[in-house]
Design a binder for this molecule. Structure first.
Ligand SMILES: Cc1cc2nc3c(=O)[nH]c(=O)nc-3n(C[C@H](O)[C@H](O)[C@H](O)COP(=O)(O)OP(=O)(O)OC[C@H]3O[C@@H](n4cnc5c(N)ncnc54)[C@H](O)[C@@H]3O)c2cc1C
Length: 444
């Protein structure tokens, strides 16, 4: 069986790994437009500072990434975040510590007393009975109140999806909270029930020594595929029962093809095959986001935590700041400090259009306003993602279900990656592994 996997992000690599582990007799070709695998998971080292172009790790509250690490023999690459990383901040009118327990929550000045009472009233909000997707804002206003939503849920959505609560489907982006409501009648009730079941400790943020890029590079070395790095696939055409894959001078037949690229890239290569399929793929929108990293050999700021997120109402030019060298000390040389500033998203998409100097200036302004840091950095890193994170707008689940139902008319053609059913590394790994299982099943 000859399989082409297009896109060597974490999703495509996971599919390639498990497929070849379970069917070593298969011939698997991996195509990646960039010269290195990893997609948005890439680490750049500049003068001893390590900057992640995208995510900096995964949470251990789900088993998928840890299992992939173990299955690929990379346990010794694992790097847990420092205990300091549990301390998080939100910037509204000033920096506030994010309360993690009921006691500190009662004392927080992030929201008013009436808002705290409204939130406690969640216990008495009836379960939603209407069908169809809600935005996170609709869900939040209904269950926990406007003020809580506009502070906590707004900051959280900026941090995870680079979007805003009114633009994201709660069902697609936060399925767990919807399940808590549906299965237990509410969030408090659901969380209590889950806590009783899961007696063990919650998850922590985990990364890799040398940055996430070291794990992605490790995957390349342990996947016995035929590699086509730096080769962008331009077209997938039907041929008999299978497909032809075209990439530059490469033009060969495959029994099946897995497209694990961003949805808009998939649309482009599939348009000659089926314009409707391409249209459905192109309909999945992305949020633009820029990552600006700074390193200082000396900086007089405690950076005693994970970092900070901002709220829309704070009116700041940045979404948040990750205090990288506090989370994973190996990201900066001994005694030095580093941060990454996130900006743009659905909140301020126009900011991502700036040139590099503009992005740096905006990020420094954000640091000045939130952390009081004005010192010129010794090292700077800039990564612009014009289409960084799939938006999962309202109706996303219905759109994706219809897309996959439509795909049924193309046996041997599969879609993978973060555009459809989860963006976190754990989701991409789970979906990538399940896709490999489906491929193995379909060849039986
Ligand atoms: C700024 C940022 C921060 C994030 N932070 C976190 C985090 O902290 N934790 C977390 O769990 N997740 C995080 N994420 C999300 C997570 O990293 C991504 O969802 C995940 O890495 C996506 O993997 P993927 O394989 O679906 O896609 P991608 O990584 O996008 O890979 C797709 C690949 O397809 C390739 N490709 C495109 N077109 C073609 C073509 N024509 N031919 C061949 N190859 C092609 C691309 O070059 C790319 O390498 C973050 C994402 C971003 C952008």
């Amino acid at each position: 069986m000859r399989t082409a996997i297009i896109g060597a992000g974490i999703g495509g690599l996971t599919t390639a790994f498990y497929l070849l582990r379970d069917r070593p007799e298969d011939e698997v070709h991996v195509f990646e437009a960039e010269p290195i695998p990893g997609g948005t998971m890439r680490t750049d080292t500049i003068d001893g500072f390590r900057f992640e172009a995208g995510g900096n790790g995964f949470l251990t509250n789900k088993p998928d990434s840890l299992k992939l690490v173990e299955d690929t023999g990379a346990n010794d690459l694992l790097l847990p975040s420092s205990d300091l990383a549990r301390k998080r901040y939100i910037f509204t009118d000033r920096l506030h510590r994010l309360p993690e327990a009921p006691g500190p929550f009662l004392g927080t000045k992030l929201i008013s007393w009436p808002a705290k009472l409204r939130m406690a009233g969640e216990l008495f909000v009836p379960k939603r009975t209407e069908k169809g997707e809600e935005t996170l804002q609709e869900f939040g206003y209904r269950r926990v109140g406007k003020e809580f939503t506009d502070v906590f849920l707004d900051a959280m959505t900026a941090g995870i999806y680079a979007t805003t609560p009114d633009k994201v489907s709660v069902n697609a982006a936060f399925p767990l909270v919807v399940r808590l409501e549906q299965e237990h009648g509410g969030l408090f009730r659901g969380m209590l029930a889950r806590r009783k079941k899961q007696a063990g400790p919650g998850g922590i943020l985990m990364s890799f020594k040398g940055g996430v890029g070291s794990f992605l590079e490790h995957l390349r070395t342990v996947i016995p595929a035929q590699w086509h790095l730096g080769e962008a696939v331009t077209e997938i055409a039907r041929e008999g029962e299978g497909y032809r894959v075209r990439a530059g001078d490469f033009d060969e037949p495959f029994d099946r093809v897995v497209v694990s690229t961003q949805a808009h890239a998939a649309a482009q290569m599939l348009r000659p095959l089926d314009t409707e399929l391409a249209g459905r793929l192109a309909d999945i929108e992305y949020s633009p986001v820029a990552v600006v990293g700074f390193g200082w050999r000396e900086l007089d700021h405690p950076m005693d935590g994970f970092g900070l997120l901002t709220t829309t109402s704070a009116g700041l030019p940045i979404l948040g700041v990750l205090w990288d060298s506090s989370i994973f000390p190996d990201r900066a040389p001994e005694g030095a400090k580093s941060v990454r500033v996130m900006l743009g998203g659905q909140r301020n998409p126009e900011l991502v259009d700036q040139d590099e100097a503009g992005l740096i200036a905006t990020a420094r302004e954000g640091l000045r306003l939130t952390m009081g840091v004005d010192k010129a950095p010794d090292v700077t890193f800039v990564q612009r993602w014009d289409r960084g994170i799939p938006s999962y707008r309202r109706g996303h689940i219905a759109r994706v279900d219809a897309l996959f139902a439509y795909l049924q008319r193309y046996p041997g053609l599969y879609l993978g990656g973060n555009a459809y059913r989860g963006i976190a590394m754990n989701d991409c790994v789970r979906n990538g592994r399940e896709l490999a299982e489906q491929l193995a099943q379909d060849s039986a």
